[in-house]
Design a protein around this ligand. Structure first.
Ligand SMILES: NC(=O)c1ccc[n+]([C@@H]2O[C@H](COP(=O)([O-])OP(=O)(O)OC[C@H]3O[C@@H](n4cnc5c(N)ncnc54)[C@H](OP(=O)(O)O)[C@@H]3O)[C@@H](O)[C@H]2O)c1
Length: 247
């Protein structure tokens, strides 16, 4: 991809900052509410990433709409904001590409979704996102579900990690050791599952031999049936909020 491509980020917080860092070879221009270079970015850049919170999108649209050029690409990462809504706000000149990243991009291990679109620049956006992890092109109707599993997913895995750390500490480990052991275990599990392509259910059976220690612990997860239910409920509420933000 030509390194002369001009990239801009409106919003340089947690996610915009991480994406801009991953794409730093393009020397992107980054705007925040403090330096407010939004107009300069829209005037100068071929691809503009819109990385403000959903509640700030309308204000940015009102500010930059008049400066957008025919065929310019506007990439929105905002939760719940549909392409149709973004078109209403930003007009029809810019090509809108809707993306949902996750914070794995900070480690080069992001999982990003790009909504299927006819916009010719979508392929280029996928290439850019592949600088910070994996990219999947999915129908826009699946964005709320993707947001639940991947966009917000890092926080849910971290929640489990924190519970494992606290659980180990209750059994007598030093809290910092317990947290470290749990993190390495999560990392090893994810890396092994990815490298082996093993089915997750088979993997659980491999670890949990009948009558063994793992199986004894697993009874607590299985007995009430609540663990799977709680996870499903968590994802359902996240997806519902994503839908609600789009109204
Ligand atoms: N965080 C995640 O894990 C995650 C995951 C997937 C998608 N997203 C999406 O990413 C977007 C940003 O989330 P975030 O977590 O990065 O939020 P954040 O850390 O609060 O960052 C928001 C950024 O927008 C800037 N900003 C606000 N109003 C602006 C304006 N009018 N012009 C220019 N910049 C402005 C803020 O600048 P100041 O700091 O100067 O106010 C800040 O740099 C959201 O739409 C969210 O749905 C986030």
């Amino acid at each position: 991809m030509a390194a002369v491509l001009k990239l801009g980020f409106i919003g340089g917080g947690e996610m915009g900052g991480a994406l801009a860092h991953a794409m730093r070879k393009f020397r992107p221009l980054v705007s925040t509410s403090r330096n407010n270079r939004n107009l300069e970015i829209v005037r100068k850049c071929d691809i503009v990433f819109l990385c403000v919170r959903p509640r700030d999108i309308a204000a940015v649209a009102a500010q930059v709409k008049g400066e957008l050029k025919e065929g310019q690409t506007l990439v929105s990462i905002a939760a719940g904001q549909s392409v149709a809504k973004l078109r209403r706000l930003f007009g029809r000149k810019a090509r809108i590409v809707r993306v949902m990243p996750n914070l794995g991009v900070k480690a080069g291990l992001g999982m990003c979704a790009v909504a299927k679109t006819a916009a010719p620049s979508a392929g280029r956006v996928c290439e850019l996102l592949s600088l910070c992890g994996k990219v999947a092109v999915i129908p826009e109707k699946d964005f709320d579900a993707f947001t639940a599993v991947a966009g917000s997913g890092p926080a849910y895995f971290a929640y489990m990690l924190a519970a494992m750390g606290r659980g180990g500490a209750k059994l007598g480990l030093k809290p910092a050791d317990s947290a470290r052991f749990a993190l390495q275990t999560m990392l090893g599990t994810a890396k092994y599952l990815e490298a082996s392509q093993a089915s997750v259910d088979k993997f659980i059976d491999q670890v949990a031999t009948p009558g063994g220690t793992t199986a004894a612990g697993q009874t607590a997860l299985d007995e009430s049936g609540r663990f799977a239910e709680i996870v499903e409920e968590c994802l359902a509420r996240c997806a519902a909020r994503s839908k609600e933000l789009g109204r």
